[in-house]
Design a protein around this ligand. Structure first.
Ligand code: NAD
Length: 257
């Protein structure tokens, strides 16, 4: 089955740099012809994201801090104006304070808990609600990024583990709401990959070593492998799949110890 995405449009939230999983997703989608809207958080990121976006023909770049409802509204107003409709949403946004990603989970502060959930979980629902009017009748696909720490205890992942569990539950509830409108919602649970966000998780290198020795494929996964799964979830080949979390982790999740 071909993945011709010419004439399709998508929004990519979460590109910070070339290592971002969002960038790999964007590259896979743009390769097959999808026209993209990139968002960035904060002025500091703008130049870098604009430079990357310029590699994707016809793309637009807009500011969007997902904790600012007025910025989300402005983004979707602009997409309506520029594209008129939307086929794909890639939500690859997460944040927790560095101090929450080390030590004991029971030390998580209320504020740290709330921030992690606002940025990493609630934003999927806020974005999906805004995207809905532009996706109706287009058999669209919403894709978010999760991690096995939402299902199992991973040292230091702490509040982000709780957030990923809530994110995966959000995927199921959104899938049920949006299914009758022909819109699918899925998560990709990626294995650990060296990115800006990952560098905030204490003991990250140990996780990479563990996967390389224990995962069935005896290696770690790449951004490109996650990007191509995103392409699959955006395309017709996955038209019967919704509400699911797909592991792209070299098989690590099937292992006991
Ligand atoms: P990254 O640092 O490249 O991307 C995280 C993005 O979140 C950045 O672009 C950042 O600007 C954005 N962001 C943070 N707060 C925001 C806010 N308030 N508003 C808008 N954007 C905001 O790191 P990444 O590893 O590519 O992360 C992308 C997704 O993949 C995250 O959901 C992450 O949890 C998930 N993930 C990562 C790994 C990994 O090992 N890298 C594994 C599994 C899942």
């Amino acid at each position: 089955m071909t993945q011709d995405l010419k004439g399709k449009t998508g929004i990519i939230l979460g590109v910070a740099n070339k290592r971002s999983i969002a960038w790999a997703c964007a590259s896979s989608l743009a390769r097959e012809g999808m026209r993209l809207c990139f968002t960035y958080m904060g002025e500091r990121m703008e130049e870098k994201v604009r430079a990357l976006a310029s590699e994707c023909e016809g793309s637009i770049v807009l500011e969007c801090d997902v904790t600012k409802p007025e910025q989300i509204d402005a983004v979707f107003d602009e997409i309506k104006e520029e594209f008129g409709f939307l086929d794909t949403v890639v939500h690859a946004v997460a944040f927790a304070r560095r101090e929450e990603l080390t030590g004991n989970f029971f030390d998580t502060s209320k504020e740290g808990y709330m921030i992690a959930h606002e940025v990493s979980v609630y934003s999927l629902t806020a974005i999906s609600r805004r995207a809905l009017p532009l996706m109706e009748g287009r058999e669209g696909s919403i894709i978010t990024l999760s991690y096995i720490g939402g299902e199992r205890v991973i040292p230091n992942y702490n509040v982000m583990g709780i957030a990923k569990a809530a994110l995966e539950a959000s995927v199921r509830y959104l899938a049920n709401d949006l299914g009758p409108k022909g819109i699918r919602v899925n998560a990709i649970s990626a294995g650990p990959i060296r990115t800006l966000s990952a560098s905030g998780v204490s003991g990250f290198n140990t996780m990479l070593d563990e996967i390389a020795t224990k995962a069935p494929l005896r290696r770690n996964v790449t951004q490109e492998e996650v990007g191509d799964t995103c392409l699959f979830l955006a395309g017709k080949g996955s038209r019967g799949i919704t509400g699911t979390t797909i592991f792209v982790d070299a098989g690590y999740h099937i292992m006991g110890v």
